[in-house]
Design a protein around this ligand. Sequence first.
Ligand SMILES: Nc1nc2c(ncn2[C@@H]2O[C@H](COP(=O)(O)OP(=O)(O)OP(=O)(O)O)[C@@H](O)[C@H]2O)c(=O)[nH]1
Ligand SMILES: [Mg+2]
Length: 357
Amino acid sequence: MKLGIIGLPGSGKTTVFRALTGGIEIEERRGHHEPGLGVVKVVDRRLDFLAAYHKPKKVTPVHVQYTDIQGLTGEGLPGGSIGDKFLAHLRPMDALVHCVRFFESGALGPAEPLRDFKAVQDEMILSDLAIVEKRLEKVTKDMQKGKKELHQEFDILQDAAKFLDLGKPLRLFSGKAEAEKLKGFSFLSSKPELILMNVGETLKPDDARRALDEIAAYIFNQPLMALDWLYADTEAEIARLSPEDANEFLSEMSLEQGAKDRIIKTSFQLLRLIVFFTAGDPEVRAWPLVKGSTALKAAGTVHSDMEKGFIRAEVVAFADFEEAGSLASAHKAGKVRLEGKDYQVEDGDIILFRFNV
Ligand SMILES: Nc1nc2c(ncn2[C@@H]2O[C@H](COP(=O)(O)OP(=O)(O)OP(=O)(O)O)[C@@H](O)[C@H]2O)c(=O)[nH]1
Ligand SMILES: [Mg+2]
């Protein structure tokens, strides 16, 4: 899962990045144009349980990759716009984490979260519109040369352009069947987005929630959006601590949980992802999968050969496995099911794929 951090210059993106990744495995890049990458292993109690049971050589959690565009891109000065170069880095992402400043800054002045949120959203919309218009130009030329089959794409693009021209993000377009045809463009305003407000330490949770409510009211009808907030400066410190020290720190701050795990959970919901497991001797592994996917799709996630030669899936729900205590007991209790390729995988399914090579 690839998450890209977006936000105005100086909104705290890098601080949020550190809070979410613990500053670990950051690839330092020379120059300011290359994004910083941080990989986070998703903590999952179920994976730990399976690892303790199978004692495999390898345990592989789900990985989440965060991208932070380092520094300014030249176009984006503090208080200014983000710039196209910056936005281009975000097109390959599965979802965006939109960092909104809610702390007073010497250079940028008092915080105005809703204004800043709108500014970034508008910039994404304009950037998408530029792509649509460029493509429309090309399609128009090709149609004049006799490529009649481009008519459908032309119509869809014109609809999208109208939408964007009104200042509406393509997320609102996504209910329509045509939206499928636009997928290849990786439009920013159609990506799932987690609005993450970066709150100054002098502000109270109630202040944060009020500011978030204003943004929520503004985006009320947009699908694929989620909202959350954090004390990024503090969380960046916490993310560096050992789990024990972090817990002590959190309880001192009367916070229940660090932002890191919570944000991952929210991102999973935003992307409608569930997790299934493969568990055996060489490897116990957690896999992300889009909710509603079939066993065949899950097999393909593990290996294309498994999808091609799929015979059946032997499935046990994690809760049943845990209760039974062993695979043999789960079998005895009739909890291990044989499922076909159309079976809809559930969150927490432990699956053994049978396949022909
Ligand atoms: N008080 C407070 N200051 C913060 C917080 N987060 C970031 N800052 C400050 O805001 C400034 C900018 O933070 P960065 O994380 O570098 O912001 P950025 O969005 O990555 O900036 P660019 O990459 O230059 O666009 C720094 O001086 C931070 O110390 C926060 O949660 N609270
Ligand atoms: Mg930065």
